[in-house]
Structure formats: structure tokens, C-alpha cells
Design a protein around this ligand. Structure first.
Ligand code: GDP
Ligand code: IMO
Ligand code: MG
Length: 424
């Protein structure tokens, strides 16, 4: 029986979710994105082409698949329009198979302006956000004065809501010459975008319920990573949504039993973009080597990603809070050349060893990683498609991870392309 799987990043994002969703979408009928916004950058490499998607589910690349953007996402309509144009330029037809919930909150130009101003005000304590307006848009949603997709189709309501924003956001907008502060311009842009969005509006919760009843297979696409979850991650150095499994339920309006399996995506080492604690970070030549070989530059902002060894303590946390049952381990090939590979098994805090992530950020910022060292395999695994054909040391590395986390490995990725994959 085909399963409805949820794809969740287990680290600080950029684990390779895009590749995994695209791959597993082949076996699904429906792909649904449930949180985050255009802060995400999901890369898919097929037939010498590279696609980077921010808002639209990675499943759109597979012909004929139905894709939904759920209410838990914050949708930047201008970024969305650009992404639609990108798909068209790539010959990908999204008509009649891409739908958006009317309850989805919008990210508008002034949210991006506020994001930038807030980052600036934080000074040296800035979070290193993607400046895509994500935090301010979720703030408006929770404060109950967000503007949602449905509002686009009532010009009077849209205008009233924008006028209310003018009052609320006076501190940021009044006297600003930044075009993002111009609400009249935003109103005009939204009027135009409403035409594009109208045929895509659908009750995503109901559509998924019906698809499920009809026996369709659904893939749930997460964005960001578990350590960036606003409740369970490294707050305040986090994003503003629930990136963990609960976000799939509220972000789409589904019950827990619709998800048969939670697949955790884990990069074979660790990366992080933006500020915040990163216990296994390597700020030396080895870290630079990981960045160069792994091409670790942000898919959304182009920023160099911080790099480090695999952190099993953080992964135990991710496995537990998501109920991860199987792992998709990506970028194994990036470790090919290393003669020694380290894995963090514990943190040392106040002279004591501990195996769990402290929830107090001040503590997490001071922990020292305790490593186990393993010999590298030092041969090329790029494109390997069978577990048995991996060098023994690479298999030992993977088995060590699975044993420690007490979950099985369902997939190993040995290159960016769709076919460079081992299905276990
Ligand atoms: P996401 O945000 O989780 O979808 O990940 P990103 O797309 O931001 O970053 C992952 C990067 O690694 C992309 O450039 C992918 O093309 C690339 N990638 C994914 N899997 C592999 C792999 O197994 N090996 C290598 N070398 N690159 C990979
Ligand atoms: P994908 O889906 C990696 C990080 C930012 C910053 C913090 C808050 O591609 O894995 P935000 O703009 O969300 O307010 O920024 O979260 N961040 C990501 N890091 N991958 C992502 O998405 C990210 N989305 C946000 O760098 O540290
Ligand atoms: Mg990414």
C-alpha cells in the first residue's frame, strides 16, 4: 500500500527536502506544502536542469501532480507570480493543478520592509533572517489582522484592511520613501494579482480530505528544519512557523491519521544559514572544505552556509518531536574525500555530558560537542544507487546514525540529481 508521507527537515534547513519531495512525488498523487513562505529555497535537479522553488510545492516539477499551498503558508503574491513565470519559462504547465487556500495569509511589501527595519534595530543581535517578511507576516496572522488570499476578491475589504495597516504600521510606513511603504501601490498590485489567483483558490483541507477518501496518495512538504521551529527550535534564532509535524496538521487542516509516515530529511553533516547557536560548527579549513565540496550557499539568499559535523544530539531532538520513523540521508557524497569523519554524540555542559538539547538557548550556546571519530571511505560514491555498492565505511557511518536514532533509513542521496539516489 502506498503511504501518505510527511517530509520534514531535521536540522536547520537545506537538508535536501526539495530533491526528496520531487523524488517521492513520483509515487504520490497530491503534494501539499503546509508552512513557511518564500524564505524557503528547495532545489530540484532533473535532466541537467536546476529548479529552485520557494513557495510552490516541489511536486510541481513532476508532470500531472496536483499541488496545494495550505493555510499555514504565508504567501508572497509577488514572489508567487515570479515563480509562476519561472515555471512557464521552463515549460512546466501548472494550470489546473496548483491550488491555494483562501485562508492563506499574505506577505506584502511592507512586511519585507518591517523585516529589514527590525533586523537593523536588532543590531549585533540580528537573527540573519532572509528578509522575506516572514516574521512580520506571521505576527499579523496571530494578531488577527493579517490579509488573506480570500480578501483579494473583495476590493472594498482589501482597501479597508490595508488602510488599517497604515494606522498600525505608521511607525514603519509614515514618511518612508521606500516603495514597499506605498500601500496604494500594493493595493493596485494586488488587484492585478487577484486575477491570477482566482482560479487557484480552493478549500485545501476539504480537497485533501476528499483525495484521501478516494484513495489518493498525499505527500506533505515541509520547509525549513526542525531546529528552526518557532516553539521547539533554537528560539529566537528560528523562523516564525512550526516547521515540525504539528505544522502539517494546522497548516493544511487535516487530522493526524492522514499521515502514515514521517520521513526526516538529514544532511550527512550539518549546515545553518543566519545567526544562532550551532554546537558542531567548524570555523576552520575542514568547515571550508565542507562548504566548497557541498556547494553550501543559500538557495534563497546566496549567503554562505555555516558548516559542521553531524549533530546526533540535535537529531535525537528532531526525531522525538516529529515522531520520525524513517530517514532520508542526503549529500553522503560530500563526505567522500575526508579521511576522518566526526559525529557529535553528546554535549558537554558545565562539565557534564548530556545527550539532549537544552531548551535554554544560553546553555545551548555554551555546550561543547563530544565527538566520536570514524574513518572516512575516501572513494567516490557520487551517483551510487545501491546500498550494497557503497563502501563498507560509508555503510557503517549510515548504520551508526540509524542505530543511534533508532529509526530506519529509507533513502540515501548520493548526488543532487533525481536518479542519484539509493532507495533502501
Ligand atoms: P532544501 O531547502 O532542504 O530543499 O535544500 P536546498 O535545496 O536548499 O539545499 C540542498 C542542496 O544540496 C541543493 O543544492 C541540492 O541540489 C543539493 N543536493 C541535494 N541532495 C544532494 C546530494 O545527495 N548530494 C549533493 N552533492 N548535493 C545534493
Ligand atoms: P529551506 O526550506 C535554511 C533561516 C534564516 C534565519 C532564520 C529566520 O530552504 O530549508 P526567516 O526569514 O525565516 O525569518 O529567517 O531562519 N531560514 C532558513 N535556513 N533554510 C531555509 O528554508 C530557511 N528559511 C529560513 O536564515 O536564520
Ligand atoms: Mg533550502
Amino acid at each position: 500500500m502506498k503511504k501518505n508521507r510527511a517530509i520534514i527537515g531535521c536540522q536547520w534547513g537545506d537538508e535536501g527536502k526539495g530533491k526528496i519531495v520531487d523524488l517521492l512525488a513520483a509515487d504520490a498523487d497530491v503534494i501539499a506544502r503546509f508552512q513557511g513562505g518564500a524564505n524557503a529555497g528547495h532545489t530540484i535537479c532533473v535532466d541537467h536542469k536546476k529548479y529552485i522553488l520557494h513557495l510552490i510545492p516541489a511536486g510541481i516539477i513532476q508532470p500531472g501532480k496536483i499541488c496545494y499551498i495550505g493555510n499555514g503558508v504565508v504567501l508572497d503574491p509577488l514572489a508567487f507570480k515570479e515563480e509562476l513565470a519561472f515555471l512557464t519559462s521552463q515549460g512546466i504547465d501548472y494550470r489546473n493543478r496548483l491550488f491555494v487556500s483562501p485562508a492563506t495569509n499574505l506577505v506584502l511589501p511592507y512586511h519585507k520592509l518591517i523585516d529589514a527595519v527590525e533586523e537593523e534595530s536588532r543590531g549585533t543581535a540580528s537573527l540573519g533572517t532572509t528578509q522575506r517578511g516572514i516574521g512580520p507576516a506571521y505576527v499579523d496572522k496571530v494578531a488577527r489582522h493579517g490579509i488573506r488570499v480570500a480578501d483579494l476578491f473583495s476590493p472594498d475589504r482589501l482597501r479597508k484592511r490595508l488602510e488599517f495597516q497604515r494606522v498600525l504600521k505608521a511607525r514603519y510606513l509614515e514618511g518612508s520613501v521606500d516603495p514597499r511603504a506605498d500601500l496604494e501601490r500594493t493595493y493596485q498590485e494586488l488587484q492585478e494579482l487577484a486575477v491570477t489567483l482566482r482560479p487557484m483558490m480552493i478549500d485545501v483541507s476539504l480537497a485533501l480530505y476528499r483525495a484521501h477518501r478516494e484513495g489518493k496518495t498525499i505527500l506533505f512538504e515541509g520547509a525549513q528544519g526542525s531546529m528552526l521551529d518557532v516553539d521547539l527550535g533554537t528560539y529566537p534564532f528560528a523562523t516564525s512557523s512550526n516547521t515540525t509535524i504539528g505544522g502539517a496538521l494546522t497548516g493544511l487542516g487535516i487530522g493526524p491519521k492522514m499521515i502514515d509516515e514521517v520521513v526526516g530529511v538529514v544532511k550527512a553533516y550539518t549546515t545553518r544559514v543566519g545567526a544562532g547557536p550551532f554546537p558542531t560548527e567548524l570555523v576552520d579549513a575542514v568547515g571550508e572544505q565542507l562548504r566548497t565540496i557541498g556547494d553550501e550557499y543559500g538557495a534563497t539568499t546566496g549567503r554562505p552556509r555555516r558548516t559542521g559535523w553531524l549533530d546526533l544530539v540535535a537529531l535525537r531532538h528532531a526525531v522525538r518531536i516529529n515522531g520520525v520513523e524513517s530517514l532520508a540521508i542526503t549529500k553522503l557524497d560530500v563526505l567522500d574525500q575526508f579521511d576522518e569523519i566526526k559525529v557529535c554524540t553528546h554535549y558537554e555542559l558545565h562539565g557534564e555530558r548530556q545527550g539532549e538539547v537544552p531548551l535554554d538557548l544560553a546553555e545551548l550556546a555554551t555546550v561543547k560537542p563530544v565527538y566520536t571519530s570514524m574513518p572516512g571511505w575516501q572513494c567516490d560514491t557520487t551517483g551510487t544507487t545501491s546500498f550494497a555498492k557503497l563502501p563498507e565505511k560509508a555503510r557503517s557511518y549510515l548504520e551508526y546514525i540509524a542505530r543511534d536514532l533508532e529509526v530506519r533509513i529509507c533513502l540515501v542521496s548520493t548526488g543532487a540529481k533525481r536518479e542519484e539516489t539509493i532507495l533502501v
